[in-house]
Design a protein around this ligand. Structure first.
Ligand code: BT5
Length: 330
C-alpha cells in the first residue's frame, strides 16, 4: 500500500494538468477503484485533490504534515536532500544518520523527524524535541576536508540559520559561540556536529540541527524556560516547518559550495556579524585565571579569539564565559 501510494504521489506531483483515473490505473497497474481509495486516503491525510470529470485528478495543495514527498516537492537543491528520510518519531536523527553513513548513503542525505524521544545535545545532554513543534534534522556530509576543518562546518551551519531567521522575520538572531542561535538572549536553536575520521581525512560528518519553531511558552520545559524560546514565541507568528526546512537546505547547499570554492573567510565574516557579544567585553574564567576579555572573533579552527587588557590575544576552545547581564547562561 505504502509504495503504491508513494508512486501515486510521485506521478501526481510531476503532473501540471489533471491526470485521468484510467491513466493512473495503467501506470500503477492497479484498478480504478484502488486509485479512488488511495485518493480518499490522501485527502484524509490533508492533501487537497481536485477531481474534475473527464479530466481526472490534480493535487491542489499539500498537507501541513510533512513527509518525504512534501519535503522534496519544490526543494530547489542540486545535491542536498536528493536522498531524504522522514520519520514520525525517532530516538535521535543523529543515530539514524550514523547508521546510514555506515551503509554508504550519499553526501547530502537528510534525516528529518517530527519528534525525537532521545534528542541529544553536546556531551550527551538532552535536547527537547516535541512532536511537530520544531525542526529535528541531521545532514550527512562527506566533505573532502581535514578533520581539523570540521568545526568550520558547524560555524557555517550557524550562519545559515542566522541568515534565514534574519531574512524571514524582524528578529535579530545572534550566534553564541560556539553554536547556539539566540533570539532576545534565549536559545532557539542548537547544532551538534559529529565526525568519523581516519588519519587526515574526514570519512563523514553528521550535522544535527535542532530549531524550536512553533512551541508556545508552556511547551518549553520549565527548567529551561528562562533561557530557551521558539521562533513563534519571539516573532508572534506560526512558521511553516516544511518551508523553513527547504530554505535551510537550499541556503546550506549554496553556502557550503561557496565555502569549498573560496574558503572560510566569507563564513567567518558572516559569523562575526551575528556573533553574540563579539566586539564587547565579557568575563572569562579558565582553570588558570579569571579575566576581563574583549571578544575579537573566531579563528579558522573554531576557537574564540579574546584579547585581554594588555593586548594579548588568546584562543579559547573551552572556557567559562560570563555572557553578561541578561545574557544566556548555558
Ligand atoms: C545543542 O547542544 O545545542 C545541540 C542540539 C542539537 C539538536 C539536534 S536535533 C537533530 C539532531 N538529533 C539530535 O539528537 N540532536 C541534533 P548543547 O549546546 O549541549 O545544549 C543542550 C542544552 O540546551 C541542554 O542541556 C538544555 O539546557 C538546553 N536545551 C535542551 N533542549 C532544548 C531546546 N529544545 N531548546 C533550547 N534549549 C534546549
Amino acid at each position: 500500500m505504502e509504495s503504491t501510494r508513494k508512486q501515486l504521489i510521485n506521478i501526481l506531483e510531476k503532473q501540471k494538468e489533471h491526470i485521468s483515473g484510467q491513466e493512473l490505473s495503467d501506470q500503477l497497474n492497479i484498478s480504478r477503484t484502488a486509485i479512488w481509495k488511495h485518493m480518499n486516503e490522501l485527502k484524509k491525510d490533508g492533501y487537497q485533490i481536485e477531481a474534475v470529470q473527464r479530466k481526472g485528478y490534480k493535487i491542489i495543495s499539500y498537507p501541513d504534515k510533512i513527509s518525504e514527498n512534501t519535503l522534496q516537492w519544490g526543494l530547489e537543491t542540486s545535491w542536498i536532500g536528493k536522498e531524504l528520510h522522514h520519520y514520525d518519531q525517532v530516538e535521535s536523527t543523529q543515530a539514524i544518520a550514523h547508521r546510514m553513513a555506515k551503509q554508504g548513503k550519499p553526501h547530502g542525505t537528510v534525516i528529518v523527524a517530527d519528534e525525537q524521544v532521545k534528542g541529544k545535545g553536546r556531551m550527551s545532554r538532552p535536547w527537547h524535541s516535541p512532536k511537530g513543534k520544531g525542526i529535528w534534522m541531521s545532514l550527512l556530509l562527506r566533505p573532502e576536508l581535514a578533520p581539523i576543518q570540521a568545526p568550520q562546518l558547524t560555524l557555517l551551519a550557524a550562519t545559515v540559520l542566522a541568515e534565514l531567521i534574519s531574512h524571514y522575520s524582524e528578529l535579530d538572531p545572534k550566534i553564541k559561540w560556539p553554536n547556539d542561535i539566540l533570539v532576545n538572549h534565549k536559545k532557539i536553536s542548537g547544532i551538534l556536529t559529529e565526525m568519523q575520521a581516519e588519519q587526515d581525512q574526514i570519512q563523514y560528518v553528521v550535522l544535527g540541527i535542532g530549531i524550536n519553531v512553533n512551541q508556545e511558552e508552556d511547551e518549553i520545559p520549565e527548567e529551561i524556560r528562562h533561557k530557551a524560546s521558539s521562533l513563534k514565541i519571539e516573532s508572534n507568528k506560526t512558521w511553516e516547518v516544511q518551508t523553513v526546512i527547504q530554505h535551510i537546505l537550499r541556503l546550506f547547499e549554496q553556502t557550503y559550495d561557496q565555502y569549498l570554492d573560496s574558503g572560510f573567510e566569507h563564513v567567518k565574516s558572516i559569523w562575526e556579524h551575528y556573533g553574540y557579544r563579539i566586539g564587547e567585553e565579557v568575563k572569562i574564567s579558565t582553570m588558570k585565571r579569571s579575566w576581563k576579555a574583549f571578544l575579537v572573533g573566531i579563528e579558522p579552527d573554531g576557537a574564540l579569539l579574546a584579547r585581554d587588557d594588555s593586548g594579548n590575544e588568546e584562543k579559547l576552545y573551552s572556557a567559562e564565559i560570563h555572557w553578561g547581564e541578561g545574557g544566556y547562561h548555558a
